[in-house]
Structures are given as structure tokens and as C-alpha cells.
Ligand binder design. Structure first.
Ligand SMILES: Nc1ncnc2c1ncn2[C@@H]1O[C@H](COP(=O)(O)OP(=O)(O)OP(=O)(O)O)[C@@H](O)[C@H]1O
Ligand SMILES: [Mg+2]
Length: 274
């Protein structure tokens, strides 16, 4: 059984991680540390390697060189059941085809605990995960009959029900409305405050700034910056990484960084598109 991590305990890390997929070098010497109590947002352009890094931390994508450690041991040294007690993974594209009622899909998250003392927690874990993600009302409906955002929340509920110390979430907010985006980031915060470690891939830099303890910016398979949101979110760095001019403002009330692409007004003279 996994130890209950103390605050700040390192739950996962990569050391000079290199990954090739096909002939392409996709991660090129990535060092990162994931600590209990922390929400780490992973941001960066399409194709930067975010999902690959998450997959490597999850033990799903093998390293070419360097190391990936989970709970202090090489990720490949854990058996599948032992790894499932230590980390829970929300993939970027959840399988759409679970032909089951929502509650049964969430309950799949409990499979790693079958036969352990923690199987007693199955019912409350499923109930709490569904309540947290606001899917209780759909409990009996078939998963394929839900909307995209509803399915995304059920997929997250399944991951939360697993109650693993390390959560690896790949774009959990991509399909969600404003209310549910905030809800998911508050869940990440609460999970971290409860002693877990959360790695969350986000494209919305404002969400990352508002909710993450730390932001790692990935670009071309390398960490371009890693630190507190206020330190990482600079116009210069973001404009270079996203290859688009970016403006960073302080929110007038909270002071949190607001990140916007610089936009040019379309000249009235160009007229309507033909
Ligand atoms: N199976 C594969 N074979 C070859 N190249 C791959 C494979 N999977 C991913 N890649 C490439 O690896 C790079 C990183 O992919 P990855 O999915 O990690 O990016 P990402 O940062 O998650 O992007 P996105 O924001 O679009 O989700 C991309 O250039 C992608 O084309
Ligand atoms: Mg991705």
C-alpha cells in the first residue's frame, strides 16, 4: 500500500528525461519534480510534449533515457496494480465508448482497491467523486448519452474515485463551460490541500495563473520556464513560446496575472469577406 505522503514529499520526478516517438525526439532532457500539496500546471503550445510528459509520469510512455520516479522508485519497477494505487490518470481523449451507466464508469476507478482494506471506501469514494464533479444527477444514465462536457466530468470523477496520491490530468477543462472549468480547478486545489499532488495540463493561462502553485512551460520538448505563476508568465517568454504577441496584465482587483493574445483590429476598410 502507498504511504500517506507528508506535505512537500516528492511523489514523482523526471530526471533528464528523453523520449522519442517514432523517429521524433519529443522530450529532450526534461527535469521536473511533483510534490504533495502542490498543483503543477503544465502549459505550452500544441505538440510541445505535455501529454507525452504526463504519459511518462504515468508509466504509459517509456523513457529513451533519463529517469522517471514515482513514489521514490522507477515508474517501470511498479507492477500495474501497485502503480494504480499511486497515480490516477485522466487521458486527453477519454474513451467515449463505455457502454455503462455513469455510476458504473465512476466505480471503475475503484478497481485497484479490490481485495484491500480500502475497498470499504468504494461507496463513499464514488459518491463523493460524483458530487464533487456535479454528475450525481446523471448517475443512472448511459455514459454515451451524455454531452461532451458531462462525459469529461464523469471521466474526472472516475479518476478522483481512485483516490491515488498523484493525479495526472490531461486537459480536464477542455470541454467545460466557465462554471465547470472553475469547479475542476477548485477540485485540483482541494486535492492538493488534502495532501495529494496534481499535475494538470491546461491551455488557459489565466486558469493556470489563478489556481496553480507552479507553472511549467513546455516548448519543443523542453522546459522553457518553471516557477510561480507571476514569475513564469512574462510577455517576452510567452510571446516567444506561442509565436504570437502576448500581453500580461495584473487583475485590477486581485493582482493575478491575466494573459491575453495581442489582437489587431480588422480595419474597417478591408470590408466584409468575399
Ligand atoms: N505516437 C507518436 N508517434 C510519433 N510522434 C508522436 C506520437 N505521439 C505524439 N507525437 C508527437 O510528439 C509531439 C508531442 O506530442 P504531445 O501529444 O505530447 O503534445 P502536447 O503538448 O500534448 O500537444 P497538445 O496541446 O496538442 O495536446 C508532437 O509533435 C506529436 O506529433
Ligand atoms: Mg496533449
Amino acid at each position: 500500500m502507498p504511504r500517506r505522503p507528508g506535505p512537500g514529499a516528492v511523489l514523482a520526478e523526471t530526471r533528464t528525461l528523453r523520449v522519442r516517438l517514432g523517429e521524433r525526439p519529443v522530450l529532450d532532457g526534461v527535469d521536473t519534480t511533483v510534490r504533495a500539496g502542490e498543483v503543477l500546471a503544465l502549459v505550452g503550445p500544441n505538440g510541445a510534449g505535455k501529454s507525452t510528459l504526463l504519459g511518462a509520469l504515468a508509466g504509459d510512455v517509456p523513457a529513451d533515457s533519463g529517469e522517471v520516479l514515482v513514489d521514490g522508485a522507477p515508474v517501470g519497477s511498479w507492477s500495474a496494480p501497485d502503480l494504480a494505487l499511486r497515480r490516477a490518470v485522466l487521458p486527453q481523449s477519454a474513451p467515449l465508448a463505455f457502454p455503462f451507466p455513469v455510476e458504473d464508469v465512476v466505480r471503475m476507478g475503484r478497481a485497484p482497491w479490490a481485495g484491500t482494506a480500502a475497498a470499504d471506501e468504494d461507496d463513499p469514494a464514488v459518491r463523493e467523486a460524483m458530487a464533487a464533479t456535479e454528475v450525481t444527477a446523471f448517475a443512472g444514465r448511459p455514459f454515451p448519452a451524455l454531452s461532451g462536457g458531462e462525459r469529461a466530468r464523469v471521466a474526472l470523477a472516475r479518476v478522483l474515485a481512485q483516490r491515488a496520491p498523484l493525479l495526472l490530468l490531461d486537459e480536464p477543462t477542455a470541454a467545460l463551460d466557465l462554471h465547470h472549468q472553475e469547479l475542476v480547478l477548485r477540485i485540483c486545489r482541494a486535492q492538493a490541500d488534502g495532501g495529494r499532488a496534481v499535475v494538470v495540463v491546461l491551455h488557459d493561462l489565466g486558469l493556470a495563473a489563478a489556481h496553480a502553485d507552479r507553472i511549467a512551460v513546455l516548448a519543443d520538448g523542453r522546459i522553457a520556464a518553471d516557477g510561480a505563476p507571476a514569475d513564469v508568465l512574462s510577455e517576452e517568454l510567452l510571446s516567444a513560446v506561442y509565436r504570437h504577441p502576448v500581453e500580461v496584465f495584473a487583475h485590477p482587483r486581485t493582482g493575478e496575472p491575466l494573459v491575453l493574445p495581442r489582437r489587431q483590429r480588422v480595419s474597417a476598410r478591408t470590408g466584409p469577406l468575399r
